[in-house]
Design a protein around this ligand. Structure first.
Ligand SMILES: NC(=O)c1ccc[n+]([C@@H]2O[C@H](COP(=O)([O-])OP(=O)(O)OC[C@H]3O[C@@H](n4cnc5c(N)ncnc54)[C@H](O)[C@@H]3O)[C@@H](O)[C@H]2O)c1
Length: 426
């Protein structure tokens, strides 16, 4: 996906005399002049923390470009969530959709963009509905919890291309100036060929919800979705996907195989692991160590680090390279907040009629994390081909259940709390 090579918009608009930036900023300036005041009607599916945050980021991004966002419709499984968002944006009740099929009504509304911020288990089904209804899509990461789901999102990326629709995903590092700069430098040989590295997301426990008395299995799983692998993909998928995405992006391809281990030590609900450690084999003698942990009282760190044949680089940080000075690296001046920048990119792509499409790259990064999870749950070596081409593999058709379809049909049986995969047996 391309990204803006331009000045922060507000600064540019205030200060057109910055000669060095003027050329690269010209296309935006034209877009702004032609489309100032343009209003986008949007709808949000999943009115939780990130959904509300994404709306604010989109509104901020639009303001930066001189556009306006009307939050026209919202949908959520729960009325409390949907109604709170509706109240905030003055949305009349006939445009507020509740329950597991609410998204179906939302996508038929007269809106241009749909934002998806539900748990990842629902992403493939909701993305398909949005694209079939002809909407541009903002999709939070990760985009699936199992191999068929990730492959579906890859296919849907092709559908979006055919329809001329944008799909922008919420892996904000790809919209962050420091990462864009380093990716550019590495792609242009700054550290030679990447042969190794470490990517990690290690920190404390996330929130969780105990089951309430009388609560249905479906409601419990949705309120406590970050504890269930079927809903989140486990934290290697839900959280660590950000770092794995950087590895795939910088190396230029997904890994060929994964082997690793993990376990559960302190969780009280759900069936996820607490930690994962993986060897990702990218082929051509390149191995990346991936690790993630959610345990309070342990040392943490969120980073990406790469060894090249001619230098080293952190994801969005320091590059050690003798070649750096010779490379002409353009200035990647993005909005200070990459969560806003991703919406700027989406809105600009629509106005310019030049669709962006990150469906495949985020589906590949999601599938990389799923490959790691399967390797750690089972204790076996899992190949990329097992998940993408080898239909005889036991994992090719591995579908998590309950699935999005089960939530829609009301057939949800929650897995037992505290029962997790046992490597060697799973
Ligand atoms: N890019 C980032 O850095 C970032 C940060 C946080 C979360 N996220 C992602 O955003 C997504 C949402 O996370 P969150 O933290 O907002 O969770 P959340 O629990 O705060 O919100 C999820 C919302 O979706 C609703 N929901 C669940 N299933 C639904 C369905 N089938 N139809 C309609 N609504 C449904 C829930 O009721 C809830 O209101 C996740 O995929 C998460 O990984 C991304």
């Amino acid at each position: 996906m391309t990204n803006s090579l331009i000045m922060p918009r507000r600064n540019f608009i205030k200060n057109v005399a910055v000669a060095g930036a003027a050329l690269s900023a010209l296309p935006l300036f034209n877009v702004r002049a032609q489309n100032a005041g343009r209003k986008f009607k949007v709808g949000l599916v999943g009115c939780g923390g990130r959904g509300n945050g994404a709306l604010e980021n989109m509104i901020e991004g639009a303001k930066t470009l001189g556009y306006e966002i009307e939050v026209y419709t919202v949908a959520d499984h729960f009325p409390d969530r949907a109604n709170a968002a509706a109240k905030k944006y003055n949305i009349p009740s006939d445009r507020v959709f509740i329950g597991p099929k609410g998204y179906q009504q939302l996508v038929t509304q007269p809106i241009e963009i749909v934002l998806l911020a539900t748990p990842p288990a629902f992403r493939p089904v909701h993305l398909e509905a949005g694209l079939n209804a002809g909407k541009h899509m903002f999709i939070e990461k990760p985009v699936a919890v199992d191999p068929p789901g990730a492959r579906k999102v890859m296919e849907l990326g092709d559908l979006a291309k055919q329809k001329g629709l944008s799909v922008v995903s919420g892996n904000q590092r790809r919209h962050q100036g420091s990462y864009l700069r380093n990716q550019y430098a590495i792609a242009n040989g700054a550290i030679g060929k990447i042969v190794g590295g470490t990517v990690s997301w290690c920190g404390g426990a996330l929130w969780y919800k105990e089951r309430e008395s009388g609560q249905s299995d479906a409601d419990y799983m949705i309120r406590n979705w970050v504890s269930f692998s079927e809903m989140s993909g486990d934290h290697i998928v839900e959280q660590h996907v950000h770092n794995l995405d950087v590895a795939n992006w910088f190396i230029g391809r997904p890994p060929q195989s994964a082997l690793g281990f993990g376990g559960r030590a302190r969780r009280k609900t759900g069936n996820q692991f607490d930690f994962f450690s993986l060897d990702l084999n990218y082929g051509e003698d390149c191995h990346i160590h991936s690790m993630c942990r959610q345990v309070n009282g342990t040392d943490g760190g969120v980073s990406e680090f790469f060894h090249g044949t001619e230098g080293t680089a952190f994801g969005g940080g320091k590059i050690q390279s003798d070649k750096l000075a010779q490379l002409k690296i353009p200035e990647f001046k993005t909005h200070d907040n990459p969560y806003v920048e991703e919406h700027i990119a989406l809105l600009q792509s629509i106005v310019k009629g030049e669709p962006l499409n990150s469906a495949r790259s985020i589906a590949e990064s999601t599938l990389t994390a799923i490959m790691g999870r399967i390797a750690c749950y089972t204790g076996h070596l899992v190949r990329w081909s097992d998940l993408t081409t080898n239909e005889k593999s036991p994992w090719y058709n591995l579908k998590m259940a309950p699935s999005a379809a089960d939530f829609e049909s009301g057939n949800v049986v929650a897995p037992k709390d505290g029962v997790c995969a046992i490597p060697g047996e799973a």
